[in-house]
Write a protein that binds this ligand. Sequence first.
Ligand SMILES: *Cc1c(COP(=O)(O)O)cnc(C)c1O
Length: 207
Amino acid sequence: MQYAAIKEQVQTLAKDKPVTLVCVSKYRTVEEIRAVYAQGQRDFGENKVQDLIAKAAVLPQDIRWHLLGHLQTNKVKAVIDKTTLIHSLDSLHLAQEIQKQAERKNLIVKCLVQVNSTGIPDRYGVDYKDVNGFITAVSDMPNIELCGMMGMAPQGEDPTPYFEALHRAYTESPLNGKILSMGMSGDFKQAIACGSTMVRIGRIIFE
Ligand SMILES: *Cc1c(COP(=O)(O)O)cnc(C)c1O
């Protein structure tokens, strides 16, 4: 288990600016998560609502659970009071459902706008050209707090141009200065070099 080494690497690369490490625990058992928790980690990320809820129910209450995967509207109600941050706000339809359910539960739900940074049409996320309009529309929803942006680089390509494009969209948006969630096991170094403030790392922590 490489947690301590990865944590240190992230801190070293981040230098003086804070970069939050989210430990992506999808596919991992409760025991594996406990081992990382015991070393001080409190931010964990899951892709699926069912897994997040099941793990949150049995693990310590001070864990902050990040939802990373695509969120279906019919699962919004179950998850909004269990997650600290939804990284995958990718449509107005989803935003409207979060707003509706959050209002009923009297919650403010924190979300990142997921940007389709790969440019691949069938991927989830808001297109670059629509990002600022999307932010404006969601800003009118009182029970959603937009906390930043999230994006990914496509597998098997140099990630740097993709991260630079994401960073530019972020700095040119009203979310500049908030969270920029980018970087995974294979590309977190490049992501931090391009201005990431939150990395989502799974595989290399546990192998
Ligand atoms: C799985 C996943 C990660 C972590 O990927 P690793 O390669 O295991 O580090 C990060 N973000 C999202 C959205 C993911 O689905």
